[in-house]
Ligand binder design. Structure first.
Ligand code: PLP
Length: 498
């Protein structure tokens, strides 16, 4: 399978090359040249382990890798040293017709671990295949969860540097703690003055600055992206959709071949795009429900066909969804436009020039999506309701999905079996979850007190990984302006920042 660019289909690169490059030189995203050549028999996965399903899927997408190489990566990533459960990602029924796919048993307790435990290993193989000997420097823009997961994943691979930029005061106390706790000479988290979009835009600029990339080469490093635009991030996520379906059949909640709706709390559109790829490759999927928070640019897009990022940016209690430019949407647009690279480029150029693009909402590929959003108040109400009605604790991101699910069921009467993707542990956002479900502990109470209070009130143990993070002494935050980001990367790589 070769990969092409969403903005120029004359390009054809191997999976390994795409992993190293991250983004195409023309600014486009890498996509399969012939996605329709890949298909899986979802029923053949019934009763199979997560590792088995993951290896089968990765093998089909990453054809330049041997099955043995893939299996090694899978075994090193999806095991009990990284994940709290042998199931890796359990699917649990919480109501008639509704299960939750818990994606948060990994090292940083959020779904990004699904990809970031394996991607660094695939990446090292990709380097070998491409004859790349310089040291990897992974640059990441994070709204909170990617950063910690990237630092954890890449930190476990020797001779790799990982610099993560996050919006200053834009992440939770625990997310910050996780990132700062992992800091060492070449694994650093740096705060940027601005919001996530400012941060992501600035990181994209660094990647496209040829002069700066040359300078980094001269000191023995090469830059790459660990963001969810990398195919090495995207493809591993397809597995949990198949695994969840297979689990539902095993549990007799659905029949073989019965279509399932997936409800996905969405930010950069990576998680839900993996669901779309699952559907395109043979998984019986009904609707994909795209759930947003107050930054509901995607909800509006699916309703009207107009993508308009010119709007106020809201800081919400679901920060990993506080995004106005959902990068991975470009891959869906490309498919919706019949794989027309120049038409996709035109829309994306329009987006970067004016902040807006529009396309006909009737485009076939978009019909499989439904979209909705939850306001800040809705999110809190939903956390409380989930606890009181279902005795199930959800984090604020998952709560947005839950709200969109409830609205969709009420409006559509669709009775398809649904799976809600739980993208983070409620303990990762303990303060907001506790306050929504149980009330306040009083002002100035630190997040850590809420973690223990939440454990007490809900009768659930504090995840071990959180206890470990709280126990580690943290470094000071370093805060830079977007214009100072290149400089700080260089200083980290030459060992100037201690
Ligand atoms: C990253 C993240 C999301 C959004 O996922 P995308 O792939 O960016 O759409 C949702 N919830 C949590 C907890 C996340 O960390």
């Amino acid at each position: 399978m070769l990969y092409t660019s969403t903005r120029d289909t004359s390009i054809g690169l191997s999976a390994a090359e795409c992993m190293l490059k991250g983004l195409s030189d023309d600014g486009g995203l890498f996509v399969c040249q012939n996605l329709e050549d890949i298909s899986f028999d979802a029923n053949s996965f019934i009763g199979k382990s997560y590792q088995y399903i993951s290896a089968a899927i990765l093998g089909a997408f990453f054809t330049g890798f041997s099955q043995e190489e893939i299996q090694n990566c899978v075994d090193q990533a999806y095991n009990l040293s990284n994940f709290d459960t042998e199931l890796i990602f359990p699917t649990k029924a919480i109501d008639k017709g509704l299960s939750v796919l818990e994606l948060y048993s990994g090292p940083t307790l959020a779904f990004k671990d699904a990809a970031l435990t394996i991607f660094p290993r695939l990446f090292e193989l990709a380097k070998k295949k491409c004859g790349e000997n310089d040291t990897t420097c992974v640059l990441t823009a994070t709204s909170g969860d990617t950063g910690a997961a990237a630092m954890d994943g890449f930190g476990k691979v020797p001779s790799t540097a990982a610099v993560t930029f996050y919006p200053y005061q834009g992440v939770s106390e625990l997310q910050l703690g996780q990132m700062l706790a992992q800091t060492d000479a070449k694994t650093r988290a740096i705060a940027v003055e601005g919001n996530f979009d400012d941060t992501q835009t600035a990181v994209k600029k660094i990647f496209s600055n040829a002069g700066f990339n040359r300078e980094i080469r001269e000191i023995g490093h090469f830059l790459t992206s660990a963001n969810s635009i990398n195919i090495g991030r995207l493809v591993p996520q397809i597995a949990y959709y198949y695994h969840s379906y297979a689990t539902l059949v095993s549990q007799s909640r659905i029949k073989e071949g019965q279509k399932v709706n997936f409800v996905v709390p969405t930010g950069n559109f990576g998680d839900i795009l993996a669901g779309y790829y699952a559907k395109k490759t043979g998984l019986p999927v009904g609707k994909l429900l795209c759930a947003s928070n107050d930054n509901k640019v995607l909800t509006d897009f699916f309703l009207t066909g107009v993508y308009d990022k010119n709007r106020p940016f809201y800081k919400t209690i679901s920060p990993s969804m506080d995004i106005l430019v959902s990068s991975n949407l470009e891959r869906l647009i490309f498919e919706a436009l019949g794989k027309d690279g120049s038409a996709t480029k035109e829309l994306m150029d329009c987006l970067s020039a004016t902040g807006v693009f529009s396309l006909s909402a009737e485009l076939g590929e978009l019909a499989g999506f439904e979209a909705g959003y939850a306001s800040g108040e809705d999110t809190k109400t939903q956390i409380k309701e989930a606890w009181e009605k279902y005795n199930y604790l959800v984090d604020p991101h998952t709560a947005c999905g839950f709200k969109v699910y409830c609205d969709y069921i009420a409006d559509s009467g669709d009775d398809a079996y649904s799976v809600l993707l739980a993208t983070a542990s409620p303990f990762k956002f303990a303060t907001d979850v506790y306050e929504a479900a149980f009330g306040t502990l009083g002002q100035k109470t630190r997040d850590s007190s809420y973690i223990y209070a939440l454990s007490e009130a809900a009768g659930l143990p504090v995840p071990k990984k959180i206890e470990q993070t709280l126990a580690i002494a943290k470094k000071e935050e370093i805060v830079v302006k977007p214009s100072e980001m290149e400089d700080i990367v260089k200083r980290i790589l030459i060992g100037e920042i201690k």
